[in-house]
Design a protein around this ligand. Structure first.
Ligand code: 6PG
Length: 239
């Protein structure tokens, strides 16, 4: 695994760099279908809008959320509601998207989603977010889902509301060819500093087979060793 840290001046430039990186990774992977994991939360909204305007070969891609909150389908706080608004509904033809049935509850939702995962195409790219406590997806520090050997796991008592969720696990995420974290805002600075200091945060345990890219703005990552080395493609942001 190669690790690349990138600090861009603004959140918009970080999203543009992340978009270029995702497009480049998909284009370089052999022809054929690929699965892409899409982060929840609010940070990736601009990235999704940029990806919707990018030249990504959507017909090749199967999309799944990194995690889902146990709320009724269509609830405004569900991750797939945000994914639809910022990405799926902005595409000329809606690609294959498999929502996590978290409305069934943590255990039933994870059990219902698990059998699908081995049948999906290879995981080409995982797009992930970072919580202020170092969580990613719904993998929270000290929580049992971190040790799950399944690909989907139930989460109860999440410190970030809602407390009940379904998440992809490290077993699933670490099958990815590449993974990218988009991290912006001063609220994430401490988590990135802990990550760089070597703390085994949940996010720091994501180890894709190829490249792990952490793309941040200056508020979240004031400076970083080796930043920009072998980074996202140069000019010409897609979208
Ligand atoms: C969720 C997300 C979660 C998110 C981080 C960052 O359900 O909340 O899956 O992992 O990516 O908490 O969230 P923000 O981007 O909103 O800061």
């Amino acid at each position: 695994m190669r690790v690349r840290w990138h600090a861009l001046p603004t959140a918009a430039e970080a999203a543009e760099a992340a978009c270029r990186q995702v497009v480049a990774w998909v284009e370089e992977q052999a022809a054929g279908p690929l699965t892409m994991v899409l982060a929840g939360g609010r940070t990736p909204r601009l990235l999704y809008r940029l990806l919707a305007r990018s030249p990504l070969p959507w017909e090749r891609l199967v999309l799944i959320p990194s995690d889902e909150r146990c709320l009724p389908a269509g609830h405004p706080e569900r991750n797939d509601t945000l994914l639809a608004a910022e990405l799926l509904d902005r595409l000329p033809r809606r690609p294959v998207f498999h929502p996590i049935p978290a409305e069934l509850g943590p255990e039933r939702g994870a059990a219902a989603f698990e059998p699908l995962l081995p049948s999906l195409p290879p995981l080409g790219v995982a797009i992930l977010g970072l919580g202020e406590d170092g969580h990613t997806a719904s993998l929270f520090p000290g929580h049992p889902a971190l040790a799950a050997t399944t690909r989907a796991a139930p989460v109860r008592d999440a410190p970030k509301p809602p407390r009940q969720r379904v998440t992809l696990t490290l077993a699933a995420l670490n099958e990815a060819a590449h993974a990218i974290f988009l991290v912006t805002g001063s609220g994430k600075r401490a988590a990135l500093a802990r990550w760089q200091a070597g703390e085994p945060l949940p996010a720091a345990r994501v180890c894709p087979r190829g490249t792990l890219a952490i793309v941040a703005d200056r508020l979240a990552l004031p400076s970083s060793p080796g930043e920009g080395s072998g980074g996202p493609p140069g000019n010409g942001a897609h979208g």
